[in-house]
Ligand binder design. Structure first.
Ligand code: NCD
Length: 324
């Protein structure tokens, strides 16, 4: 495919966030990902599309499912995937983010997948690198592939995104998943609610285009999708909730609270789950209503689609070390 065509289909060099994507961009990723769901269910799932390409997973923060999901996606498309666990590397020897970027750049990767504890760090890196960059989560800012996989999961089950009412519940304050999902669902014409105690909501959250509820029974009334968020204790300095027991009593999802939602409402959670804190085990494991396992499956397909899109006819730009 020629550069010009690629530009027209998905006019972005990186995937840093959902903000800035159009409904067409989002549908393009989801349509492509649908095909990769089918491929991934076959015994022979390998393609040669990314043969010869180097993908570096660069995680400055711990992760199991997202890192593995990108690794499976890259390998399934025939690329070479290298995992860099930066927690145990030079960052701790005092190297700056930019030095790390320059080092990686010199290895000529085609795609860099970055997770970082600081909001904005991935964008900064993308400005210094010659390759495509995918944000795998930056601080409490964005986690675009999570929102895309959630959208694919909903679209496949409900047949659409537009017109649905989605309640995002829990620790919205610390959640990049919530921010990316709010942006995506609003772009696609869904109605978004957030349900949380006041201490776990950012100031002026209404500005993001959501309806705010402080009570689960009210917030879940007649919703199509209940999206639960993990209580991110590792990002909290000080006490945001009195106790996890009390939190579960008021905001943890169980059948009692779920009764307020539509009878066919579906349950989602990005993982990792804290059972008995934000979600009860019976609802999490309810095979008719919980989409949590499907979310993981859709994650690989969505990441395959993103890798395909961002490596199409890269042209590789001007080599920054030309003449060296
Ligand atoms: C999320 C994350 O890391 O932002 N997890 C994930 O990517 N599946 C949410 C979380 O950590 O709670």
């Amino acid at each position: 495919m020629h550069g010009a065509t690629r530009e027209a289909v998905f006019p972005h060099r990186h995937l840093l966030g959902i903000e800035g994507l159009s409904p067409e961009d989002i549908n393009h990723v989801l349509d492509l990902a649908d095909g990769y769901v089918e491929l991934s269910r076959q015994a022979e799932k390998k393609r040669a599309l990314l043969r010869g390409r180097t993908i570096i997973n660069c995680f400055f923060e711990n992760s199991t499912r997202t890192r593995t999901s990108f690794e499976v996606a890259g390998k399934r498309l025939g690329g070479d995937v290298i995992n860099m666990s930066v927690a145990a590397s030079s960052m701790h020897k005092g190297e700056t983010l930019i030095d790390t970027a320059m080092t990686l750049n010199a290895m000529h990767p085609d795609v860099l997948i970055v997770r970082h504890p600081e909001s904005g760090a991935v964008q900064l890196l993308s400005e210094k690198l010659d390759c495509a960059v995918i944000n795998a989560g930056d601080g409490s800012h964005e986690h675009p592939t999570q929102a895309l996989l959630d959208a694919l999961t909903i679209r496949r089950r409900k047949g659409r995104l537009g017109g649905l009412t989605v309640a995002i519940c829990g620790d919205v304050l610390h959640s990049r998943v919530a921010r990316s999902n709010i942006a995506l669902l609003n772009t696609m014409g869904a109605r978004v609610r957030v349900v949380a105690p006041r201490t776990l909501l950012p100031a002026e959250i209404e500005r993001l285009g959501v309806e705010v509820f402080y009570d689960m029974a009210e917030g879940l009334a007649d919703v199509d999708i209940v999206m639960m968020l993990r209580l991110q204790s590792e990002r909290m300095h000080g006490a945001f909730v009195p106790s996890t027991r009390e939190y579960f009593h008021f905001f943890g999802l169980d059948y009692d609270k779920l009764r307020a939602a539509k009878p066919d409402a579906l349950i989602m959670h990005p993982g990792p789950m804290n059972r008995g804190v934000e979600i009860g085990s019976e609802v999490a494991d309810d095979i008719d209503r919980s989409l949590i396992r499907q979310q993981v499956e859709m994650g690989v397909a969505v990441r395959m689609a993103c890798l395909e899109i961002l490596t199409r006819d890269l042209g590789n730009g001007p080599p920054s070390m030309a003449g060296y």
